[in-house]
Design a protein around this ligand. Structure first.
Ligand SMILES: C[S@@+](CC[C@H](N)C(=O)[O-])C[C@H]1O[C@@H](n2cnc3c(N)ncnc32)[C@H](O)[C@@H]1O
Length: 294
């Protein structure tokens, strides 16, 4: 047996190097995610769950099915299985005073796009920041929160979290923005409806040729997702952000993401916060699609 066909006998499913290579290729083509060689065990474990629930005995069988049938639900499950969704409320906290200061200078209504929203902590943090900046539970902001992963979006739009997720927030923030569960819901918190009503959740693959966005934005959050993409993919996505940004708009990146290496359209305004190098000369709304809904 060739080296790349070797099989770990202790494993429940047959998983070869070719299977792993195919999965890496498919998720790259579909979602832009570049999985490193080191992710083989993670892939086995996550996609193994799909095999178990569908009754397949080998990765080859599963992958043959995925490639030959146009099963949108299974493609969605495959993608959901391979995303990494780590997030938290007020993650990279230094961004939010900058956001608050920016918001109060803008013409209303203010449009914000949170482009890798995961389970919702990030868009709810943006909403809390807007409420605090304007001193009201109905600030003049519209937040579009998108992600490729439909499971995390379901959690985000439910807005119910284990108490530990909010345990580090101040008492004032917890009281103001969350309701504590009781009885069967003991140990969890629910985001208040006023906060929820500021956000629209929608699936959006950053790799898709057309994004369903109807107007440009004052703020884009694109944090901790570009790290999963290679440089050409990052560059393509960034160039599509440019026409979606109003001249004064801000783009927030994750702590390890440096967009200056990828695009010269952006100017570093603060720690991982960018504005447009030449805001006034940008052609507006070039990335807006005909079927725009958001
Ligand atoms: C590590 S989380 C970051 C969440 C949040 N932005 C933060 O910084 O806390 C990365 C998110 O990017 C999403 N993602 C991965 N590939 C994507 C793609 N092609 N289009 C849109 N979202 C994607 C994942 O589903 C995941 O929820």
């Amino acid at each position: 047996m060739a080296k790349n066909e070797q099989q770990d006998e202790s494993r429940e499913f047959n998983f070869t190097a070719q299977d792993f290579a195919k999965i890496r290729k498919l998720i790259y083509q579909h979602a832009g995610i570049s999985l490193s060689e080191a992710k083989s065990d993670m892939v086995y474990s996550r996609i193994g769950r799909r095999l178990r629930s569908l009754g397949y005995h080998s990765f080859k069988e599963y992958l043959d099915y995925l490639e030959s049938e146009n099963d949108a639900d299974e493609w969605e499950a495959f993608t959901n299985a391979l995303t990494t969704n780590l997030t938290s409320f007020f993650r990279e906290e230094h961004h939010f005073p900058i956001l608050a200061e920016h918001l109060v200078t803008l013409k209303k209504p203010i449009r914000i796009w949170c482009s890798a929203a995961s389970t919702g902590e990030e868009p709810y943090t943006i909403a809390m920041t807007a409420c605090e900046a304007f001193g009201t539970m109905s600030p003049p902001v519209e937040i579009i929160a998108t992600d490729i992963d439909t499971n995390v979006l379901a959690t985000a739009s439910r807005g119910v979290y284990p108490y530990e997720r909010v345990s580090k927030l101040s008492d004032a923030r917890r009281k103001h923005f969350f309701q504590k569960g009781s009885g069967a819901h003991e140990g969890s918190v629910r985001v208040r409806n006023e906060l929820k009503s500021l956000i629209t959740f929608h699936q959006l693959n950053l790799l898709e040729e057309s994004w369903p966005l109807k107007e440009s934005f004052d703020v884009i959050f694109c944090r901790n997702v570009m790290i999963y993409f290679d440089k050409p993919t990052q560059s393509k996505i960034l160039s599509r952000f440019v026409p979606l940004m109003k001249p004064h708009a801000l783009l927030f990146a994750g702590h390890s993401e440096n967009f200056l290496y990828v695009s010269d359209a952006f100017h570093l305004r603060g720690k991982t916060v960018y504005d447009l190098s030449d805001g006034k000369n940008v052609k507006r709304a070039g990335s807006l699609s005909k079927e725009s809904v958001l």
